[in-house]
Unconditional design. Structure first.
Length: 141
């Protein structure tokens, strides 16, 4: 049953990305082009997402356990560390260059296109490379 809910939530997320235009790389790059042809519509998508998650986290804070079982994840480290800063920079660079991030990259596979597939392969390679790089940085630290 838990997998069915996860599938439904993922499908709803993908539909939301498509409806909001977040699978269109031109729209995302337009949001980042503040000195050119700026497209502010991503601010509304972001605002909607933040609002929904604010309510969801407030509801979750009052629960002892998730509704579908298991445990809540631990709270993230509150301080800014090297991993967070470096990861944010790399994420932003990829987002700015390609106009995609992980969710829209997955959703863009449904309509095809070699660019989206190439981005997804590169993203997965980066995800596989991250743990050994993180471990090496930690030992040099």
């Amino acid at each position: 049953m838990r997998n069915l809910y996860a599938f439904g939530a993922g499908g709803l997320f993908g539909i939301g990305l498509w409806v909001s235009g977040m699978t269109d790389t031109r729209k995302v790059i337009g949001w980042l082009d503040i000195f050119g042809d700026w497209d502010p519509t991503l601010a509304f998508v972001l605002g909607g997402a933040v609002g929904v998650m604010f309510v969801a986290w407030r509801i979750a804070a009052g629960r002892a356990a998730p509704a579908l079982g298991g445990d809540f994840p631990e709270a993230p480290e509150p301080r800014l560390g090297r991993n967070l800063v470096l990861g944010s920079i790399l994420f932003g660079m990829g987002w700015g260059l390609a106009g995609l991030c992980p969710g829209p990259a997955m959703a863009s596979l449904s309509w095809g296109g070699g660019g989206g597939l190439l981005f997804l392969v590169a993203m997965l390679a980066g995800m596989l490379a991250a743990p050994p790089v993180r471990a090496r940085l930690a030992t040099e630290g």
